[in-house]
Write a protein that binds this ligand. Sequence first.
Ligand SMILES: Nc1ncnc2c1ncn2[C@@H]1O[C@H](COP(=O)(O)OP(=O)(O)OP(=O)(O)O)[C@@H](O)[C@H]1O
Ligand SMILES: [Mg+2]
Length: 321
Amino acid sequence: MSRQHVDHREIAAFAQDKVNLPKDWADTYRAQARGLRERLERYLDEHPDFTLKRMQLSGSLAKGTALKTLNDIDVACYVSGANAPHEISALLDYIAERLRKAYPNFSADQVKPQTYSVTVSFKGSGLDVDVVPILYDGDPQWYGNLVSQEDGSFLKTSIPLHLDFCKKRKQAQEKHFAQVVRLVKYWARRMKAENSDFRFKSFMVELILAKLCDDGLDFSDYPDALQHFFTYVARTRMREKIVFTDCYAASRVGSFTEPVQIIDPVNEVNNVSRLYTGANADLIVDAALEAGDAIDSALYAPTKQETVRYWQKVFGPAFQG
Ligand SMILES: Nc1ncnc2c1ncn2[C@@H]1O[C@H](COP(=O)(O)OP(=O)(O)OP(=O)(O)O)[C@@H](O)[C@H]1O
Ligand SMILES: [Mg+2]
């Protein structure tokens, strides 16, 4: 790759400037989630039979993979399963009612059931917190039934084990794993903005990159790591089954009928991409082919201006080289 006009350094600077959530914002948002968690813990000390058991920061803010455009704070709420309604809208009302009890300083309208979660809005500064229910029966590894934010179904999984999974890859390639995740998410977000049919869930991006990381790809050169990601997607057409062995043996993973098969690293029967159709996969593949071609063309581009123009096909006009 010709590195004369745009190199790793320029991509790293772009990431720092335009892609990443600044650290002090992330700290503020994490403190906001911590406040919710600690207040619930205090309430539980006095009301040990209360059925909301724990608030756990989850999602990209917990993993250190959030983008600057983050628009809410994901917090999982563990609800003891025995008496809670299992029908989604009744469950959300049940949680909202109890949140209002545990947090009496919130006015009723600050706690609102949405389609598959309950939002807690903070007046003034700060983002809203998106409280996602997990029906929980006391499992020591915090397995429970997470309400899918895609279709409201219950998915057996463990958020703390997901955080461990991600942490391992972050430690294997310090700084770079999380950075490449954010760069690819930024690209995917742009593709979504351009085409409303395009979908590519952040968790899937992260799992594909975890697989490349486990296979030995070096993430320390961003143009190169990005090109490998796009090439992998184009070569496999998103039809290669992805399995991890952190929590179970590969032989335990059965067969699936869905076209895209990226298996939850903490539950071998949960296909994270179960709702992706062949058409969804093809759109991802087409976009990856274009992005890969653009990065290749950046190699041959004779001038800085042209090189930047090719990188803008990947990252949009915010990329200025
Ligand atoms: N299908 C699923 N099966 C199991 N767990 C899931 C599934 N989808 C999401 N999760 C859990 O929810 C978390 C958040 O996933 P999501 O795809 O919303 O990404 P994110 O990291 O929060 O990114 P973003 O910055 O786009 O919000 C994941 O880290 C995972 O713990
Ligand atoms: Mg999220």
